[in-house]
Write a new protein. Structure first.
Length: 637
């Protein structure tokens, strides 16, 4: 989420002062570029590993503060949610056994995190989106208590008008509203950095844009959100919508979201990206900026460009330009933000190897990619990869159209190997990690496909909560075993660890596939719905989805008892027989509390309501099925 020291909202004089500092930093960077001060004789790579913290049932566990209190390691830091953690890996010189060294450090930091999590009764899972995550996990109470995060939420909420609406279309559809940026915490990534020289930055950055699509197609790992099957890499759509500060009216203008692929090729310099970001995006947060970069340069030092880095930390290009200082020398990096966390450290390093090798290989073989492919085609390829993974069709150099898998296997993997070897990477490392990609693509066994095939294999067994928990448990177990995802066996429902863990809250077993009526409709429709759907209760909602009543089969029986018609002879309206202000529960209500409420109220059905809107239903039959499941499984144990 960017520089952790930024925590103040920008208003009035503060905004003017920060903007002046931002422009001053940009001018200083321009002078550094002109004078050749940017490091150019060394290539380095690095990575950031984001991870989910889970409880024993595989649900998000808000343990980050306690985790960090027991980990004496500066590589670990917070993320937006208390159920996320990040580890920053050590920079490595590109070449030799750098890829193996990256995987070894990944295992080291994950081992540290897992040991600490177990001490707290939890665990660690690598996933682009954790299948068990629920909307009720995305509360402000689960936001990490860092001023920057709360300030960022407040300013974005003000710009958005207070609410976020998410719409994603896949095999299933997702339409959900939320009141904070916490939906962004559903995402976890493996961010790879590649240091390049200033003179070659534009060329390398454009190549990174071109290869984003095939690399993502081979790496997709996030097909599920809130139990719905959406894009093969749903993170792409979700993150863009979660950090979008545009109001609805602005969408009529040509404006960019803060998360984007970009608008055009870079022609000459990294300055073009920073200039566009300053021109198009307001500074959201401020931090202490006490550096005069020109004074530092005059003294022969290297400025940190604090304001520029703070501003850059609130703009999330999928390939982001970064300025940094290592050993007192300034450098430029391309930060790859497209890759999901997981499925295993080896898979992640394989994804990084494919990306790094392709950039190096295409730079040597093609040179200027902007003459071979239009920017619009590169962007369309990226969106297709996010939606379809290896099933995507790409427009490639010379206007040729190729299936993603064929392009990767026949052309890009050999090119990536040449690029790694030209960069001095150990041949055994290059073959090991690119072999992981080849096996994955040949068998169409990405992380996304493993999740979807495992889910399909469950059939109708278990509840939705049990299925998601089984996926998470299976992921965690296979990640620790270490085999890449192409070799994983499908998840088994029994891996979820027992049904008792998955009936804790109403939202975990409520029915969300509902039929409803309007209060002005005739009761004849209600009777037909009850017959067709085999239900005894039909909710009544208005045009805005707000629950206004409930019709029970008993109400229909009472109507029949008095003749079944209105005295005027007109059809009886639903409004005349429905129960107004029915007893309801929230999705977060515990199962025991819901059972007790149903017993005390003498009702056979509880509509589940969130923010006044109907989101689900539970009935006495649901509780009977839970009780029967309890008895049957207890007898089997």
């Amino acid at each position: 989420m960017g520089d952790q020291q930024a925590g103040d909202r920008l208003e009035g004089r503060g905004r003017r002062s920060f903007t002046k500092a931002l422009l001053r930093d940009l001018r200083a960077l321009e002078e550094m570029l002109r004078e050749g001060r940017i490091e150019a004789d060394t290539r380095r790579i690095g990575a950031e590993q984001e991870m989910f913290l889970v409880d024993e049932a595989g649900h998000p566990a808000p343990l980050a503060t306690e985790m960090l209190a027991g980990i004496d390691d500066p590589r670990f830091t917070t993320e937006l949610a208390r159920f996320n953690l990040e580890a920053n890996l050590s920079p490595l010189v590109f070449g030799g056994r750098c890829l193996s060294a990256m995987e070894e450090e990944l295992h080291e930091v994950l081992g540290i995190a897992r040991r600490r999590a177990r001490e707290l009764g939890g665990g660690v899972v690598l996933a682009g989106i954790l299948p068990t995550i629920r909307k009720s996990d995305l509360t402000l109470e689960n936001m990490t208590p860092v001023p920057r995060y709360r300030a960022l939420n407040d300013v974005m909420a003000r710009l958005r008008g207070g609410t976020w609406e998410f719409r994603i279309r896949g095999i299933d559809d997702l339409d959900v509203r939320h009141d904070s940026i916490m939906v962004e915490a559903c995402n976890a990534s493996f961010q790879v950095h590649f240091q390049v020289g200033a003179d070659e930055f534009a060329r390398f950055y454009n190549i990174a844009q071109v290869v984003a699509a095939p690399v993502l197609a081979a790496a997709v790992n996030s097909p599920l959100l809130f139990g719905r099957r959406l894009w093969k890499e749903t993170r792409i759509a979700l993150f863009q919508q979660a950090i979008d500060t545009r109001s609805p009216t602005e969408h009529l203008r040509e404006t960019l979201p803060r998360v984007s692929f970009g608008r055009r090729w870079v022609r000459e310099s990294v300055l073009e990206l920073f200039q566009e970001d300053i021109a198009r995006f307001r500074s959201l947060l401020a931090g202490r900026v006490d550096e005069d970069p020109f004074a530092v340069l005059a003294e022969g030092g290297t400025p940190g460009l604090q304001a520029l880095r703070l501003h850059n930390g609130t703009i999330y290009r999928w390939n982001r330009a970064c300025y940094g200082v290592t050993g007192g020398r300034p450098h430029l990096r391309i930060e790859n933000r497209i890759l999901p966390a997981g499925p295993t450290p080896r898979d992640e390093v394989a994804n990084a190897a494919f990306w790094l090798g392709l950039i190096s290989g295409i730079a040597a073989e093609v040179g200027d990619v902007t003459r071979e492919l239009s920017f619009d085609d590169a962007k369309a390829n990226f969106n297709a990869a996010a939606r379809q993974g290896l099933a995507a069709q790409f427009t490639w150099f010379g206007g040729e159209t190729l299936p993603a898998g064929e392009l990767i296997l026949r052309r890009l993997l050999p090119l990536a190997r040449e690029g790694l070897l030209a960069g001095g990477v150990d041949p055994a490392d290059a073959d090991r990690y690119l072999g992981v990609i080849a096996e994955r693509v040949e068998d169409d066994r990405t992380g996304a496909q493993w999740l979807l095939r495992s889910l399909a294999g469950f059939g109708e067994k278990g509840t939705g909560a049990e299925r998601m928990a089984a996926l998470v448990a299976a992921m965690a177990r296979r990640q620790e075993e270490g085999e890449p995802v192409a070799r994983w066996s499908p998840a088994d429902l029994a891996e979820g660890g027992g049904w008792k863990r998955h009936y804790l809250k109403v939202e975990q077993y409520m029915s969300t596939d509902l039929v409803t009526v309007d209060e002005d409709e005739p009761v004849d429709l209600v009777a037909q719905l009850m017959d067709w759907q085999r239900v005894r209760h039909v909710p009544v909602e208005d045009d805005a989805g707000r629950l206004v009543g409930l019709v029970s089969y008993r109400a229909l029986l009472r109507l029949l008892a008095r003749g079944g018609v209105d005295p005027s002879g007109e059809p009886v309206a639903v409004a005349e027989v429905m129960t107004r202000n029915p007893v309801t529960v929230a999705p977060e209500t515990s199962t025991l509390d819901a059972i007790d409420l149903m017993r005390r109220s003498g009702v056979g059905c509880l509509p589940v309501v969130k923010d006044g809107r109907l989101v689900g239903m539970i009935t006495g039959r649901d509780f009977m099925e839970i009780a029967r499941e309890l008895l049957e499984r207890k007898l089997r144990e």
